[in-house]
Design a protein. Sequence first.
Length: 118
Amino acid sequence: MKILLAGEIDGQIVDFYKKVSDASDGYAGLKHGTLEWCLCTGSFGTWPDKAKIDRGTRRHAGAGDFPSLYASGFNNSIQTVYISGVHEDHTWLKQRQAARNMEVLPNIHWLATGIKQT
C-alpha cells in the first residue's frame, strides 16, 4: 500500500493534488505502485462559504480553493484524510460530524481529533 503523508496545504487544494498526481507518476519513490491514500496534517482550508472565513485566514492566504471546489462538486480520485488546522470552518465541520458525514468533498474525509478549536 502506498500512502503519501503531507503537511499543511493552506487551502491550496488544486496545487496540492497536482503535486500528489506528480508524485504518483514517479516522484518521491512512488513509481513502483499506485498511490492509495493521502494523509494531510492540517490547514486543508475547509471553508465552504468564503464569506465566513476568519480574520487570520483572510489576512494570510484567504479562503483558498475549497469554496469553489465545494460549489462545483470537485471529484477527487485520491482517497484523502486530513485533520483540521486552526483556520477551518469548525462550525461547519462539527455539523458534518453530528450528521456522521465526514466526507467534505468526494474521497476527502475530515478526521476529527478531539481537540477543541476556537
